[in-house]
Design a binder for this molecule. Structure first.
Ligand SMILES: Cc1ncc(C[n+]2csc(CCOP(=O)(O)OP(=O)(O)O)c2C)c(N)n1
Length: 324
């Protein structure tokens, strides 16, 4: 592991930001203060941060309906994200994107996406662009296990493998697609084997362990960046909450969820490993917890005080054909 103390603290800060940001969203939605359909990433933080800790702003990421974690891990500001979720003019997409369409091109975040699997061909195109320009950049697609049953997944992998595109496909296997356990709809135990059909390299990581995700991503990106083609990285993970805020969760047992939450929490695991190895002090992490809370308080306050978009902006920055 080649991360210094500063990088470790930054990785923890991003995981804590995701956790606290989403816990706050859950409270706001439940209290009726924020509208919209909200899919939370709680429990999967080590995947986004473990992968994105390898990326620069020039590397491209595409995301999903469960995209806040990918945005925060890629460095999108939480104040602008919070304003977006409140539908304010100061939001990162001027209040028009909302939870499922947050994008920030300056940070290489091509966008969350409400269409399951739709980020996969977008990342493939970004990989082709990087290859044609000889830029040395990589593209990363995050998507769920359910998305690997989409045609777009298979078409993209085939094309990327054939053209040796610098694309990392990260499947977040959290055990469910909406309310259906993965084994009901996918006959293979390891989704990683789907790469074999395309003669593509694949790896499996423990998605609850930042260090394992970080290490496997490093190996995958060495492969992509050296012109050997794409990689499919399967991260075995678990979503702590429901499919969306308000999901009554009748399709899984409380004991199963409690076991993951109590024993496999990625932030607890990170802290335990770092403190035991004397890489960081627990007091450093508590200080970050405090700073993130203050950052969030300020983000919510600013978002609530910000103006709504002006109605005259309705057709600005969107695909719109006059008279259509
Ligand atoms: C093309 C398409 N089909 C169906 C849906 C409805 N839908 C939203 S999320 C979801 C499940 C996706 O599961 P997975 O890819 O495993 O991601 P997860 O929610 O587990 O993160 C479905 C079917 C959709 N948004 N888009």
């Amino acid at each position: 592991m080649n991360l210094d103390r500063t990088q470790l603290l930054e990785a923890y800060r991003r995981m804590r930001r995701i956790r606290s940001f989403e816990e706050r969203l859950s409270d706001l939605v439940t209290a009726g203060k924020m509208g919209g359909f909200m899919h939370l990433y709680l429990g999967e933080e080590a995947v986004a941060v473990g992968v994105c800790s390898h990326l620069s702003d020039q590397d491209i990421v595409t995301s999903t309906h469960r995209g806040h974690g990918h945005c925060i891990a890629k460095g999108v500001g939480i104040a602008e994200m919070m304003a977006e979720l409140f539908g304010r003019a100061t939001g990162i997409c001027k209040g028009k994107g909302g939870s499922m369409h947050i994008a920030d091109l300056d940070k290489g975040m091509l966008g969350a996406n409400g269409i399951v699997g739709a980020g996969i061909p977008l990342a493939t195109g970004a990989g082709l662009s990087a290859q044609l320009r000889g830029s040395g950049e990589v593209a990363v697609a995050f998507f769920g296990d359910g998305a690997t049953n989409q045609g777009a997944f298979h078409e993209s992998l085939n094309m990327a493998a054939n053209w040796k595109l610098p694309v990392l496909y990260v499947v977040e296997n959290n055990g469910f697609g909406e309310f259906t356990p993965t084994e009901f709809v996918i006959p293979v135990k390891d989704i990683a084997v789907r790469a074999d059909s395309y003669a593509m390299k694949s790896l499996i990581a423990d998605g609850m362990d930042f260090f394992d995700v970080f290490e496997k991503t490093g190996e995958a990106l060495d492969h992509c960046r050296s012109g050997q083609g794409p990689v499919l990285l399967e991260c075995k993970t678990y979503r702590f909450g429901g499919h969306f805020v308000g999901d009554p969760l009748v399709y899984r047992s409380k004991e199963e969820a409690e076991d993951w939450i109590q024993n496999r929490d990625p932030l607890d695991g990170f802290e335990q490993q770092c403190v035991e190895a004397s890489l960081v002090d627990a007091s450093d992490l508590r200080q970050i917890d405090l700073e993130v809370k203050e950052e969030l308080d300020a983000a919510v306050e600013a978002a609530e005080a910000a103006p709504m978009p002006d109605p005259s902006e309705l057709t600005a920055d969107v695909y719109f054909e006059e008279g259509a």
